[in-house]
Design a protein around this ligand. Structure first.
Ligand code: ATP
Ligand code: MG
Length: 289
């Protein structure tokens, strides 16, 4: 695997939690809410660890809420979601341990090594299944974008080294739960797109699970075009993403234009419906998500 660490920053810190010690080394990357590092534990496991410092003030009630949330997070086990192997609070910061993945969907859009448009449907299905699972357990992601989709690459044929299998998994579904959505959106603008209901709730409705559908619409649009698409707040408010979608062939035009509806009330209602819409022109239209 050609896993690369981009940064030269190194934390070089050992923390002790429970029976285990964790050596936190090179930084893999950073985002709106924290940093991700390479981590080796004293049991010989290697992880990516995400460390996040909450912005809100601490009280006893919140610490209890954190503890419950962190325990519940490690119970989430779905093959379309990155698993949190361990999750704990230490010195007022959340520490989330995950498998280290060789790529993000963002890397793939930037490097253009494969034609993502050709595999849009299988990618969409993985992401929609992940989102469907989250919504069914009451979690809204609120921060779906190409860098929050991790890609696992495995060899699919022992006789052919070049034959690879790609698996797409949604990550960072814990961030909003732990940090509260407001702190995320305030800082997330560098990732591109804010949903219309965040920019103008009076006009477009409230944040809800349909916000994830809008963000998925943007991501699927990026996969179709094979590049990142940066939409400003003005673009979002004027409906530019939906207009982009309308230029696509069927069934993407209808499916993505509906997912990118500005008014929450008129937007695709859930992940299953978006999957159905993406299959409207095929014999598989009744295929289950
Ligand atoms: N489990 C992982 N394995 C390998 N690399 C990872 C893993 N998790 C995150 N990364 C890398 O670390 C980078 C930083 O992650 P982080 O979640 O802090 O920011 P982000 O995903 O870019 O943006 P956001 O803060 O909106 O999630 C990611 O862009 C990704 O390249
Ligand atoms: Mg992330």
């Amino acid at each position: 695997m050609d896993y690369k660490i981009n940064s030269h920053k190194e934390k070089k810190e050992t923390i002790f939690f429970g029976e285990t010690s964790y050596y936190i080394g090179k930084e893999i990357g950073s985002g709106c809410c924290g940093n991700v590092y390479n981590c080796d534990d004293s049991d010989g496991n290697n992880y990516a660890i995400k460390i996040m410092h909450p912005h809100y003030n601490l009280n006893e009630e919140l610490v209890l809420e954190w503890k419950n949330n962190l325990e519940n997070l490690t119970l989430i086990d779905n093959k379309y979601l990155v698993k949190y192997e361990k999750a704990f609070e230490f010195e007022n910061a959340f520490h989330l341990m995950m498998k280290k993945y060789p790529r993000t969907l963002g890397n793939m859009l930037d490097k253009k090594v494969i034609n993502l448009q050709k595999i849009l449907k299988p990618i969409a299905r993985s992401l929609l299944r992940g989102v469907d699972y989250l919504h069914n357990v009451g979690i809204i992601h609120y921060n779906i974008h190409a860098d929050n989709v991790l890609v696992d690459i495995t060899n699919s044929d022992s006789n052919d080294k070049k034959a690879v299998k790609l698996k797409f998994l949604l990550s960072d579904y814990a961030d909003n739960l732990l940090l509260k959505q407001d702190s995320i959106y305030k800082q997330v603008t560098y990732n591109g797109v804010l949903p219309p209901e965040y920019i103008n709730p009076e006009k477009f409705g409230q944040l809800s699970d349909r916000t994830d559908i809008y963000l998925l619409g943007i991501l699927l649009l990026e996969i179709y075009y094979g590049k990142r698409l940066l939409f400003s707040d003005e673009d979002v408010l004027s409906g530019k993403p939906k207009n982009y979608a309308l230029h696509l062939p069927a069934p993407y035009s209808f499916a993505l234009a509906k997912a990118l509806g500005r008014h929450v009330a008129f937007r695709t209602k859930d992940a299953k419906t978006l999957w159905h819409d993406l299959n409207l022109d095929s014999r598989n239209s009744l295929i289950d998500l």
